[in-house]
Write a protein that binds this ligand. Structure first.
Ligand code: SF4
Ligand code: SF4
Length: 146
């Protein structure tokens, strides 16, 4: 995995080791929401429906280590696929760093507070429902204000 180097989040994304890559996530949970892609236009609509493994009250994956067993298509973000995920939120730490931008001050690596992402209003915590309860995704299209 590798050690976390001092201020590693300021290094170019491609230079991060595995541990640093994992630690970069701000925990917003927004990449864990279902999206609907229009088969004809390729347009992507957001929904407020979360992956079944997401704890909707905290916005965190309930079994990150074993997630692929339960959710085989869970996105595994890597440096190589950054160009293929334009839908990542503008506040996503990976997107920011891929664009050479600094992290927001609320990011836990800077604030030291994993809950600061919730107070900053960019976490899904308390704002989404589980796919277990949602019914048809088409009924849950939303335009997020974050
Ligand atoms: S959108 Fe980015 S920062 Fe937020 S949970 Fe997903 S990978 Fe982490
Ligand atoms: S398995 Fe976990 S990390 Fe993957 S989309 Fe679901 S909640 Fe998110």
């Amino acid at each position: 995995m590798g050690e976390l180097r001092d201020r590693f989040w300021e290094l170019p994304l491609k230079e991060l080791n595995r541990a640093e890559w994992e630690a970069l996530c701000d925990g917003c949970g927004r990449c864990c929401l279902h999206k609907i892609e229009d088969a004809d236009t390729g347009e992507i609509a957001d929904t407020n429906v979360a992956c079944k493994l997401l704890d909707c009250s905290t916005g965190r994956c309930t079994d990150y280590r074993n997630r692929k067993v339960f959710v085989p298509d869970c996105l595994r973000l890597t440096y190589r696929i950054m160009d293929d995920v334009p839908w990542l939120p503008k506040t996503c730490a990976y997107r920011l760093r891929a664009e050479g931008k600094p992290l927001y001050e609320w990011h836990h690596l800077l604030s030291g507070d994993p809950e600061a992402v919730v107070r900053a209003g960019v976490s899904v915590a308390g704002r989404v429902i589980s796919e277990y309860d949602a019914g048809p995704l088409e009924h849950h299209i939303v335009e997020w204000d974050w």
